[in-house]
Design a protein around this ligand. Structure first.
Ligand SMILES: NC(=O)c1ccc[n+]([C@@H]2O[C@H](COP(=O)([O-])OP(=O)(O)OC[C@H]3O[C@@H](n4cnc5c(N)ncnc54)[C@H](OP(=O)(O)O)[C@@H]3O)[C@@H](O)[C@H]2O)c1
Length: 342
């Protein structure tokens, strides 16, 4: 017997990727419904070989689906996830609306799959921020081996992390640079994104950090270990797809670069590509479209006791969103955690 799923936000960057991932992984789906706003009612989206017509969220009957994979932003999720959960569907949400709720598990299956059973309190499971997901997949095996005490991370985040309009802004602004008189003013971003870097993602908080940086700290603690100290600087870069991270890690026990490489080579979801030579590392362009989280440039950081430095790259729409969401649904099925599972 297969499952019935609704994809809310099916016309968006993440929603479209969810449909691709479900088809590519041959998710045991009997029926998949594309759902978006009233504006998109009837709009067609691809699901494998099929074409689905979008339903209007406000009129869709969620009692007929087992899972609702949600990627329509926080405002929509705050209003709709409780209603959808109450109708009987398990909501797996991509926004930040539920991540910090004690009654909602925040899951990266390679790291804390056991916590997924806590979903029954609200029928909602949260997917982490894209930068957190790819980070914790790599931190987890190193933490198990030598105990992480502190992490310093700088991100290089692609524009697709800000939605489809942000991708359009990079595209049109880049083109306009070559055609005098066609300047495209910043709209989705605070400053010009074409040929630039912007050290500002999400809103500023009282302590001077941005909300994106705060999310990485709080989510790493919730998913991996509340004792880990983390400080982040999140930067938007003119890349379409794929987030990169420069990471410095302080461990409780010594771990050589060679040992870390060996541990990461066998870690689930991780691919090590690490040759200290020209091109012996992965860039976002190569990670785009891939399910793995790539680790390169692994080396010892001699400025602290038991320090490591490394470079992490992943497709933010996949491991950072759609793939992780589908993996969570697969975890629930594999562990027979659905209410009517045999
Ligand atoms: N992009 C990433 O890397 C990433 C990673 C992790 C999490 N997320 C989160 O995933 C969510 C979606 O991101 P995205 O990049 O896919 O955004 P997006 O490309 O802008 O797409 C937004 C989607 O939400 C739908 N939507 C908006 N308002 C709606 C409403 N009132 N009712 C029903 N549907 C509505 C849109 O439908 P219409 O086309 O009908 O407007 C569209 O399908 C956000 O919460 C984001 O923070 C994104």
């Amino acid at each position: 017997m297969g499952y019935k799923l609704a994809i809310v936000g099916a016309t968006g960057n993440v929603g479209r990727e969810m449909l691709n991932v479900l088809a590519e992984r041959k998710f045991p789906a009997d029926e998949v419904f594309a759902v978006a706003s009233r504006r998109s009612q009837g709009v067609e989206v691809s699901f494998g070989e099929k074409t689905l017509k979008c339903h209007n969220l406000e009129q869709f009957d969620f009692s007929k689906v087992d899972f609702c994979l949600m990627s329509a932003g926080s405002t929509v999720s705050k209003e709709w996830s409780p209603k959808i959960g109450a109708a009987g569907a398990i909501v797996i949400d991509n926004s930040s609306a539920w991540r910090y709720d004690q009654d909602v598990p925040l899951i990266v299956p390679e790291v804390n799959a056991d916590a997924v059973k806590g979903y029954t309190k609200k029928n909602i499971i949260a997917n982490p921020n894209c930068s957190t997901a790819q980070l914790v997949v790599v931190l987890k095996p190193l933490h198990d081996a030598a105990g992480i005490s502190r992490v310093v991370v700088s991100t290089y985040q692609s524009v697709s992390g800000a939605g489809k309009e942000a991708m359009d802004e990079l595209w049109s602004q880049t083109k306009s640079m070559y055609v005098p008189g066609t300047e495209v003013a910043p709209q989705k971003f605070a400053k010009q994104i074409a040929f630039n870097c912007i050290p500002h993602i999400d809103v500023f908080m009282e302590d001077g950090y941005t909300k994106e940086e705060w999310k990485m700290l709080v989510e790493t603690k919730k998913i991996l270990d509340p004792r880990i100290k983390l400080t982040a600087t999140c930067v938007r870069v003119p890349v379409f797809v794929g987030h990169s991270e420069s990471v410095n890690i302080e461990l409780k026990k010594p771990l050589s670069a060679k040992e870390a490489r060996e541990i990461l080579r066998t870690a689930p979801g991780v691919m090590v590509v690490d040759k200290p030579e020209e091109g012996g590392y992965v860039t976002p362009v190569e990670a785009a479209g891939e399910f793995a989280t790539y680790v390169s440039r692994i080396r010892e950081d001699a400025t602290v006791e038991n320090g490591l430095a490394l470079w992490i790259v992943a497709d933010n729409l996949l491991k950072g969103a759609a793939l992780n969401t589908v993996q969570i649904a697969e975890t629930i099925i594999n562990r027979k955690l659905l209410p009517n599972a045999a």
